[in-house]
Design a protein around this ligand. Sequence first.
Ligand SMILES: [Fe+2]
Length: 183
Amino acid sequence: MPATTFAQLIETLGTHGHARYDGEDVSQLQHALQAATLALEEGAPANLVAAALFHDIGHLAHDLGEHASAHGLDDRHEYRALGWLKPVFDADVWEPVHLHVEAKRYLCCMETGYIGQLSEESVASLALQGGPMTPDAARAFADRPYAQDAVRLRRWDDAAKDIDAQTPSLVYFAEYLRPIARQ
Ligand SMILES: [Fe+2]
């Protein structure tokens, strides 16, 4: 069952976050902390730091196995995340999370060289997620509310796979973000 309080979200990351991040060298928790740290370092507002910390919470709540995409499965984690995040945060947190997979498909269409920077795993999951957007779809995406926030989140996500990165602790982010949580 998805968490319904901020404390449960933090606990879920802390207890289930040690699973390997799908096909990458870092754990889910390290990946989450790195994404949130990149958001902080860029001076992003707290709602986007929260989006970065919890963007993959939907990966932690399914029974498809640790490496679903290798088996041709898309866990649709950007939708699963909504059940966890909507009870706790406003749309300025969960909409960027909801759109962060679409943002990858958008960037693949709009930015020459973007796809070449993605990890092998991210390219593999791209095919399962529908591949690069068409130019028409990309224009429509750019007009959606929170699309640009989702693109920012996407770049932190893509960069948050460094096995040597140092980050503040989960406790630090819990204290930092608690004021914007509804419950
Ligand atoms: Fe991610």
